[in-house]
Design a protein around this ligand. Structure first.
Ligand code: PGA
Ligand code: ZN
Length: 421
């Protein structure tokens, strides 16, 4: 039974304020969670409540969201059974009363939703992944590690937001992570040798001024091979974040001053997927370009992930399934704002034969809930940035600990995850 709820303002990895919540139960158990924040945010995401008071944090303060936890959410939830996560989440959705959670703020609601699950897990003396996933939860996800950053996450001249390495051929999660680290460090050395910058972007990947998408991919392949691996073991995934490029029905890649219509962009992506060992492309097209998405999905036979397109929202995913747009969904807890709705989106994807990837945001905290959620839901894929910087490695380290705790029962998702497509 929930006895008290408390909110506070803390900082995320970019040094912006974000919401943390603590949920206390009558039995003495406490759960704490903080929420992440995006930069290339989808326009259809649930509402992140910011104060807009320019005298604090350039308007980015979250004191109103914190106050909503203390004064509006708390009286509704106190006395409720914390183990009834769905009812707790529904009570908050109802108290908010809007589709996008704009009254209480999705940041306020999500912090409480996650903290409540943690408190319930603690009360039952089980780890979060076990509490959410049950006795059979044992699949460790393939990590998609973003080692080269562009777009809104870096101030270089690369328009594609993320170039990720995907060590699907590794025998275990901890080996996959080691492979990733070795490739990441090798890439750093290669860039240095070429006289390019090894400064990093928001997600810990390098942010060099490479002159084309092809050059970036070539350099990553060179890093994979120099580190002693092949592209049959470590694939490449991209997040174009193309919604950021979309203006008036056209794609304007502002960093390199290129313009493309939907057809030309599809051709470009198809060429990249044909020429290189690319397993997955996220947001290859914009979130408003539904007909383009259907065409892309017909023409490019790899994993096509809807992030801004679906925003972890079952209504948008349902439309996508109907229109054969994409074949995979990116799952971000703060795009939708409750654990219950997050699991609903994963379930809908699964029954339609879509893959699901649990994801961090470019602005993160030390909170590791997404690692547990990935194992609980058994999605087989997780993206949490480069294998460097504590805001990113916290998630990977949590997965190492889960793998260790599972012992012989642990299963690395590996190759199987990508065979389905
Ligand atoms: P964001 O980027 O967290 O800045 O939205 C991550 C992504 O686009 O996948
Ligand atoms: Zn994305």
């Amino acid at each position: 039974e929930i006895s008290s709820i408390y909110g506070r303002e803390v900082l995320d990895s970019r040094g912006n304020p974000t919401v943390e919540a603590e949920v206390k139960l009558v039995c003495g158990a406490v759960g704490k969670a903080s929420v992440p924040s995006g930069a290339s945010t989808g326009i259809f995401e649930a509402h992140e409540l910011r104060d807009g008071d320019e005298t604090r944090f350039e308007g980015k303060g979250v004191l109103n969201a914190v106050r909503n936890i203390d004064e509006k959410i708390s009286p509704v939830l106190i006395g409720m059974d914390a183990s009834k996560q769905v009812l707790v989440d529904h009570a908050m959705i109802e108290a908010d009363g809007t589709k996008n959670k704009e009254v209480l703020g999705a940041n306020a609601i999500l912090a409480v939703s996650l903290a409540n699950a943690r408190a319930a897990a603690t009360a039952m003396q089980v780890p979060l992944y076990r509490y959410l996933g049950g006795a059979m939860a044992r699949v460790l996800p393939v990590p998609m590690m973003n080692i080269l950053n562009g777009g809104k996450h870096a101030s270089n001249i690369v328009d594609i937001q993320e170039f990720m390495i995907v060590p699907f051929g590794a025998p275990s999660f901890h080996e996959a992570l080691r492979w990733g680290v070795e490739v990441y460090h090798t890439l750093g050395k290669l860039l240095k040798k070429q006289g390019l910058s090894t400064a990093v972007g928001d997600e810990g990947g390098f942010a060099p001024d490479l002159e084309s998408d092809e050059a970036a991919i070539h350099t990553i392949i060179e890093a994979i091979e120099t580190a002693g691996y092949t592209t049959d073991e470590i694939g490449i995934a991209l997040d174009a974040a193309a919604s950021e490029w979309y203006t008036d029905g056209e794609y304007i890649l502002s960093k390199r001053k290129q313009r493309m219509d939907t057809g030309a962009l599809i051709d470009h992506l198809k060429k990249l997927a044909d020429e290189f060992p690319i397993l997955s492309i996220e947001d290859g097209l914009a979130d408003r370009d539904w007909t383009g998405w259907t065409r892309l999905t017909q023409e490019v036979p790899i994993q096509l992930v809807g992030d801004d397109l679906f925003v972890t929202n079952t209504q948008r995913l349902e439309k996508g399934i109907k229109e054969h747009a994409a074949n995979s969904i990116l799952i971000k807890v703060n795009q939708i704002g409750t654990l219950t709705e997050t699991f609903e989106a994963i379930e809908m994807a699964r029954s339609a034969g879509y893959t699901a990837i649990i994801s961090h945001r470019s602005g993160e905290t030390e909170d590791t809930s997404i690692a547990d959620i990935a194992v609980a839901a058994g999605t087989g894929q997780l993206k949490a940035g480069a294998p460097a910087r504590t805001d990113r490695t916290a998630k990977y380290n949590r997965l190492m600990r889960i793998e260790e705790a599972l012992g012989d029962a642990a299963m690395y998702a590996g190759r199987e995850t990508f065979k389905r497509l």
